[in-house]
Design a protein around this ligand. Structure first.
Ligand code: 5AD
Ligand code: SF4
Length: 421
């Protein structure tokens, strides 16, 4: 979502007479678009701005964008007086005006909600075949560890017509795959009297779209209808990212996740029953306050049993304004690292084994780009999000769908050769 925000900001500024330069030393305005989901990301944003502070005496404008801007607002300028502009993710549209004022010497803090946070038709697709679009902004769930409701504000859904119109324009520019983004896409439409599956069905009817993906889903909001969509909507990619966060019901309760482990496992079972070749990926947080060895081992066991295709494992870090930040952060740094390592290593083995099972199979791949590392090779993805590397052959080009026979596998990708019909 942050990458998409950066793309939108870039497009708005380019349309309004700003120019992009490669070197910070050549810029009049320096913008860092921050993520604040984990402390590490936030530290990096401030660290980067700090590392460029020496350029300040050459009259540059320093700007902090992103969730961090919304969370701390004017405190940022008080703490870092060399920063001139603080702008939250709902206010990107106002950037040309804000930056012009800042260039005239004003300090500006522009945060909070907006009546129209969605920026339409701004992506510079530049030869790509896949584009992301936001269908909701913000989140009302208040998982106890999560800063997003404070960084991005309340849930707001974009109208189906505006989404469909943008997708049609993207198709005209050569886009074949659409990735629908939202903090919890399953809640799409709650505020405007519609729902996510109805939106998927409408998008599915658009000519020229070959693939539809979406991110992220919350296990408390997965209706049967969505599970059946994986079977009934052929363009809907067979990849389901469903963050589990913890395998302990006690910790899930403290996280305010509003589901139990057995509910989660029930979804996985149904999804696999309806769609056996689906890829399921997840997020796990280790070291949440009070997480005992027993809680951790429950998570470990679930990861061992479910066999996710891929797993993102995070060490808990307290975030400002969240309710969990009021609990003692009582799992030590080294213990968090140990738990992280154990789950990470387990998952590496699982992913390696799952990918090995593809050897000898023929998979359908959407050709995405040329490989930078391996001259004469293409990179593409299967429906279920496996990355495939294969040699260019015949007149195959980016945007085509080809059959590839898998000859080799690793943790990160599969490789093979195009099947000649
Ligand atoms: N500490 C660690 N990980 C976190 N995540 C969100 N907030 C925190 C936090 N405070 C993780 C969750 C979420 C992913 C995007 O980041 O696993 O699903
Ligand atoms: Fe954060 Fe929970 Fe909302 Fe996801 S659903 S963005 S984890 S509050």
């Amino acid at each position: 979502m942050n990458f998409l925000d950066s793309e939108k900001l870039e497009t708005i500024l380019l349309k309004n007479g700003f120019e992009k330069v490669d070197n910070p030393e050549d810029a009049d305005v320096l913008i860092v678009n921050s993520c604040s989901v984990r402390k590490h990301a936030e530290d990096r944003a401030f660290g980067y701005l700090n590392s460029l502070k020496f350029l300040k005496n050459r009259g540059k404008i320093f700007c902090l964008y992103g969730c961090t801007a919304n969370i701390y607002g004017s405190q940022i300028i008080e703490k870092y007086p060399f920063i001139d502009v603080v702008c939250g993710p709902n206010k990107i549209r106002e950037s040309p005006k804000i930056l012009k004022e800042a260039l005239n010497g004003e300090k500006i803090v522009c945060v909070g909600e907006s009546d129209n946070p969605f920026i339409e038709d701004l992506i510079n697709v530049g030869g790509k075949i896949s584009a992301s679009i936001s269908i909701t902004k913000g989140c009302n769930n208040f998982c106890s560890y999560c800063v997003v409701p404070f960084g991005r504000g309340r849930l707001m859904s974009r109208s189906p017509q505006s989404i469909i119109d943008e997708i049609k324009r993207l198709v005209d520019k050569g886009i074949k795959e659409i990735i629908l983004l939202g903090q919890n896409v399953n809640e799409y439409g709650k505020d405007i009297g519609t729902d996510f599956v109805s939106l998927l069905e409408k998008i599915h009817q658009i000519d020229g779209i070959l693939r539809i993906r979406f991110l992220t889903s919350h296990p408390k909001d997965v209706p049967e209808k969505l599970i059946l969509s994986f079977r009934d909507l052929p363009k809907l990619c067979k990849h389901f990212h469903l963050p589990l966060q913890s395998g302990s019901d006690r910790i899930l309760k403290l996280m305010n996740r509003k589901y139990t482990v057995s509910h989660y496992l029930g979804i996985v079972e149904k999804v696999r029953e309806v769609c056996p070749d689906i890829t399921i990926t997840s997020d796990i947080i280790v070291g949440f306050p009070t997480e005992s060895e027993k809680d951790f081992l429950q998570t470990y066991k679930i990861v061992e049993n479910v066999k996710f295709d891929e797993l993102f494992v995070f060490k808990y870090s307290p975030r400002p304004k969240t309710s969990a930040s009021k609990l003692p952060d009582d799992v030590g740094k080294e213990e968090k690292e140990r738990r992280h390592r154990l789950i990470y290593n387990l998952q590496q083995k699982i992913t390696e084994q799952i990918n090995k099972n593809y050897i000898g199979k023929i998979v359908e791949v959407l050709v995405e780009k040329e490989s930078y590392k391996k001259k004469g090779y293409f990179i593409g993805k299967t429906h279920n999000k496996k990355t495939v590397l294969f040699r260019k052959e015949g007149n195959v080009k980016i945007g085509d769908i080809v059959n590839v026979e898998i000859l080799n596998s690793s943790i990160h990708f599969l490789s093979g050769r195009i099947c000649v019909k």
